[in-house]
Design a protein around this ligand. Sequence first.
Ligand code: HEC
Length: 111
Amino acid sequence: MIRSLVLLAVLVLTAGITGSAAAATAHPGDPAVGRIMVYTCHGCHGIPGYRNAYPNYPVPKIAGQHYQYLVTALNEYRSGDRAHPTMRTQAESLSEADIANIAAYLSSLKK
Ligand code: HEC
């Protein structure tokens, strides 16, 4: 019983990975997933439509940035090439797929 549950889980996961790989070819990331993920970014980056929790905190505008720019910036924070303790903490927990999804969503927004 347990074994078949594990097998089922593996099958479901594999299907998920295959599905997102297919989606990745059609689009560099999934904006719908990214939209949920940027929830934690709002407080600082104040994406339009949301209230900025820190109006006087100087943060760059990331909504409407180019997809590749966002991917590069987040990867650089993640690897430490771009030094910024706050953003390093943010980016460290992101996978490559997370970054692609976030960048797909943010780059789909109007400037
Ligand atoms: C605690 C506040 C805070 C949070 C939360 C935060 N950021 Fe940032 N972010 C900053 C600051 C400050 C900078 C400027 C850092 C620098 O000078 O390199 C920055 C820079 C960036 C940049 C580079 C922009 C540019 O024009 O170079 C990107 C991209 C970015 N953040 C994305 C995100 C994403 C995606 C999230 C959510 C996963 C997030 N940030 C969450 C504060 C925050």
